[in-house]
Design a protein around this ligand. Sequence first.
Ligand SMILES: Cc1cc2nc3c(=O)[nH]c(=O)nc-3n(C[C@H](O)[C@H](O)[C@H](O)COP(=O)(O)OP(=O)(O)OC[C@H]3O[C@@H](n4cnc5c(N)ncnc54)[C@H](O)[C@@H]3O)c2cc1C
Length: 374
Amino acid sequence: MSLPAGPFDVAVVGAGVVGLAHALACARRGLSVVVIDRDTRANGASIRNFGFVTVSGQEEGAMWRRARRSRDVWLDLAAAAGIPIHQRGMLLAARRPEAAAVLESFAAGPMAEGCELLGREASARRFPGLAGGVAAALVSPHELRVEPREAIPRIAAHLAAAHGVTFVWGAAVTSVEPGEVGTSRGSLAARQTVVAPGDDATALFPDLLAPFGLTRCKLQMMRVRPSRPALPHVLMSDLSLLRYGGFAALPASGALRARLERDAGPELAAGIHLIVAAARDGTCVIGDSHVYDPTPDPFADSAIDRMILDSYEALLGERPAVTESWTGTYASAPATPVVVVAPAPEIRVVTVATGAGMSCSFALAEEIVEAMGS
Ligand SMILES: Cc1cc2nc3c(=O)[nH]c(=O)nc-3n(C[C@H](O)[C@H](O)[C@H](O)COP(=O)(O)OP(=O)(O)OC[C@H]3O[C@@H](n4cnc5c(N)ncnc54)[C@H](O)[C@@H]3O)c2cc1C
């Protein structure tokens, strides 16, 4: 099948959330856009995640600002594209006193705007479904939860129908030069190009990206069917406080880390922290774990799944039936959450190099499109 003739104002390589966010930002400026993906539909990190648009807990500064703005774009887009919001807000349930201290410290700072800190009794009254009670809880109203395997195709369909964005599926991009994108099915002309290849960031511009030390992070995920109704908010707990920069940077997290090293060593080693994200059909997506390797194996380790289910049972008092399990990978860089390079003034390569692409991409794309003067 031949490629569309073009020329386009902007070509976007990659139809994951980062690519779609750039396509949206360009289309909103009235530009003609083509999105090219090597697969026949989005199949990467963007459909394998929790669909958790996380605000509270993002690293202070640019990431927190991007998450707030991206959440607002998600709300607009969800309404326009018919994307259901399955949950709103986040509940961070602290089981250990050291975790409660981190929440107290966060609640005293500026990033806790709009959040509510609950003590032991108030948490038990508000969330009786939490087994054995918790030492404290933080309720953040800012978050959204979409079902990614539903949301990502709907964004693509909406961009095509409402903004006239052209999609080329099943064409691997093999070269990007100023004005021209080469693919496995021929080339097309575009004035500017944004390359958003997810964790395959080193294939097209390996030398430019080498200084960032990009690797991959592999996560294990499950869908479960609990017997009880889900909590109203996406649930996280003690181990999560070490994984989100906005909490982990607080001095109080040092004591929590020491405590978790004593009583949750295997979970820490596998990078496990519990997230429970509910869907309207009564299922929940739960996870996750973090193992870093440039070429992670595709195998889900049953010991890791067991530890995730143990964490679920400790917090929610039951062991739910597992209906699906999968692994996913995202790009990871040691020193920066976002990698952006410019091989030429009219080309950008954009990779979210931490597990926050669903939370920050729309704002990031607006920044980049603005900076390119598209
Ligand atoms: C299990 C898991 C859970 C996560 N949970 C969350 C969460 O709840 N909240 C959150 O904010 N973030 C989460 N993340 C992170 C988030 O999913 C990622 O940051 C984000 O999806 C990255 O989007 P992307 O578009 O860069 O990558 P992808 O979704 O991987 O898309 C990249 C696309 O580029 C295409 N591509 C690559 N190279 C080429 C080429 N040469 N030619 C043509 N096409 C190409 C691929 O086919 C692919 O479709 C999670 C990640 C994982 C794996």
